[in-house]
Design a protein around this ligand. Structure first.
Ligand code: IPD
Ligand code: CA
Ligand code: CA
Length: 269
């Protein structure tokens, strides 16, 4: 394993330990609402701090972009992008589907990625150019050819409803054109599931970089394609993301395309 990935895994497992301990007594947590339907507990903060401590110790001159603590030295050559608990709503309800997501961005490119599911002890990892793994096993996207035979993951809008009608129109089409849609509730894990071949594809509107930085590299290294709703690269910036095996990817873009508003199209640079 690449030494930088080893350190990211150490950080993710430490955060997972904090999350697992806290899950035994959710009632004892202090929960604060950041925004409408956007909750955070001391677990999110403690897990993020643990990750940053491990990585800062190993790499004192690296920058950080964390969901809870914001950015530190974001212009550094190496920036760690962290979601300490992806799927907080699930966690706070005791619904066992959430993850820790850590990615390293080097000179603008994601090069290392970890998505860790502390419930199942599933560790999804990737290093650019070296493939994707679940625990110690190489993983690959499916080679299912038809969207009609596919299971597709997604995320429903639940905080920002500005694209709700558009989303529902996309959803209606996808329901009819696939074998089934799933909404587990952790975007980082949804992407890891595409990489592992448990989903044939995934799409969601308006995610943040920490939700998708790690998962997108894992999909890529598992032989999948990742893009925005027009199949272009800038999904980390827009947060509008489609990820799938290459055949299903094209069919998902075709299904989404009639519904794209100007705002959801790729930004011209
Ligand atoms: C959320 C989860 C969810 C997705 C939301 C994200 P959080 O992250 O990834 O699946 O639908 O858009 O914000 O807030 O639980 O870290
Ligand atoms: Ca998240
Ligand atoms: Ca989070």
């Amino acid at each position: 394993m690449h030494p930088m990935l080893t350190n990211a895994v150490k950080a993710a497992r430490r955060a997972g330990g904090i999350i697992n301990r806290a899950s035994l007594d959710i009632g004892a947590l202090t929960i604060r609402s950041k925004n409408y339907n956007d909750f955070v507990s001391e677990v999110d903060h403690a897990a993020e701090q643990a990750i940053i401590d491990v990585l800062k110790d190993a790499y004192p001159d690296h920058g950080f972009l964390g969901e809870e603590s914001g950015s530190q030295d974001a212009d550094a050559e190496n920036v760690w992008i962290i979601d300490p608990l992806d799927g907080t709503t699930n966690f706070l309800h005791g619904f066992p589907q959430y993850s820790v997501s850590i990615a390293l961005k080097q000179k603008g490119q994601i090069t290392q990625a970890v998505v860790y599911d502390p419930n199942r002890n599933d560790l999804f990892t990737a290093t650019r150019g070296r493939g994707a793994f679940l625990n110690d096993k190489r993983i690959r996207v499916t080679n299912r050819a038809k969207l009609q035979d596919s299971i597709i993951g997604t995320g429903f809008p639940f905080r920002d409803f500005s694209h709700l009608d558009t989303y529902l129109a996309m959803f209606k089409d996808m329901v009819k054109k696939t074998s089934g849609i799933r909404r587990p509730g952790s975007a980082a894990l949804d992407l890891a599931y595409v990489a592992a071949g448990w989903f044939d594809g995934f799409w969601e509107i308006g995610l943040s970089p920490w939700d998708i930085a790690a998962g997108s590299l894992i999909v890529h290294e598992a032989g999948g394609l990742v893009g925005d709703f027009e199949g272009n690269e800038a999904y980390l910036e827009s947060g509008n993301i489609v990820a799938a095996n290459p055949k299903v990817f094209v069919q998902m873009l075709q299904t989404l395309s009639p519904h794209l508003t100007e705002e959801l199209k790729s930004k011209k640079r």
